[in-house]
Design a binder for this molecule. Structure first.
Ligand SMILES: [Fe+2]
Length: 317
């Protein structure tokens, strides 16, 4: 079960702590910062707290995509408000990234700076379809953006001035995969590489992708992680009877966690910001502790097909 690692102001500047935080994260622990560890101007917080997402489109979190410098799902018709939202989320994304590059320096040379999000909704009682619910325990997986074994690292900030954000966590990925992987619930993707059916599907997708249509090319690892995500949320017995730790992240606090390793759920809280990083295997301190390695040991199968991975890397230039 995840432990809380309290990070005190400025202790990350000590050389002795250079690998400490990445080590704790890879062990499945949560880094907790009692106060936001970087500058966050009050007027930016006030602006975010005043936002009201009204339309049905507005039932989604607002995302900031740093590579495009764009926001999505923001339903304001007013260009000035939209520009301000873009500025505020860009600022948050840049400050969080700058800070984490310092305390997680082993990762910074290889990670991908992924989306940031603003989560303006009250999580308690939020009406979402079952697989999208945040209040059910799960490990994170991306349905449309395959990771091929790279990790999902998330950094959160609770900007609610009065209400804590409440989470529960349960057993880590390795224990869940040992309990539910294979014939016990979530099948291991077939064979070394792919089955005939999967290879044919893949050929079709590659063909379509050449026409310029964006289509996710998943590795066996991605297939398994997505199925595990769904299996856990749909498993009433697990949700009810698994061991749970309760967490409360107070106003202005921050926390960081590998959400593909630590099973988690957000029970309540409103107004949080989040920045995601995709951390590749080659910058991890203990790649053998990552979900893809755990899965390969458990299944005895190759979860990331080298041929497809090298093609993907080549296409990214
Ligand atoms: Fe999650």
């Amino acid at each position: 079960m995840a432990e809380k690692i309290v990070v005190q102001q400025d202790e990350w500047k000590k050389e002795a702590n250079r690998f400490k935080y990445a080590t704790e994260l890879e062990a499945g622990n949560i880094l907790f910062f009692p106060e936001t560890p970087f500058d966050f101007p009050p007027e930016e917080k006030i602006f975010l707290l005043q936002q009201r997402q009204a339309s049905s489109k507005g039932r989604k979190n607002i995302a900031y995509k740093p590579q495009l410098d764009k926001i999505t799902n923001h339903d304001s018709k007013d260009p000035e408000t939209a520009q301000k939202m873009l500025d505020v989320l860009r600022n948050y994304s840049q400050r969080a990234t700058h800070f984490l590059s310092e305390i997680l320096s082993p990762y910074a040379r290889g990670w991908k700076h992924d989306y940031a999000s603003f989560r303006p909704f009250q999580e308690q009682g939020r009406k979402l379809r079952l697989r999208a619910r945040n209040d059910l325990l799960h490990v994170d997986a991306f349905p449309t953006r395959p990771l091929h074994g790279a990790r999902i690292l998330r950094f959160f900030t609770n900007i609610n001035p009065t209400e804590g954000r409440r989470w529960i966590t349960s057993r880590p990925f390795g224990e869940l995969a040992a309990s539910f992987g294979g014939e016990r619930g979530v099948p291991f993707p077939s064979s070394v590489g792919y089955s005939l059916k999967e290879r044919l599907e893949r050929k079709m997708k590659e063909f379509v992708a050449k026409t310029g249509v964006k289509i996710p090319l998943r590795s066996p690892y991605d297939v398994f992680m997505l199925k595990m995500h769904h299996f856990l949320k749909e498993n009433e017995d697990f949700q009810k009877n698994c061991p749970k730790d309760h967490w409360e992240f107070p106003p202005n606090s921050c926390w960081a966690v590998f959400t593909d390793l630590v099973s988690h759920a957000a029970l309540s809280g409103q107004y949080a910001l989040e920045q995601t990083f995709i951390v590749p295997q080659n910058v991890l301190l203990f790649p053998e502790k990552s979900p893809v390695s755990i899965l390969e040991r458990l299944s005895g199968k190759n979860m990331v097909n080298i041929e497809f991975l090298s093609k993907m890397l080549a296409s990214r230039g």
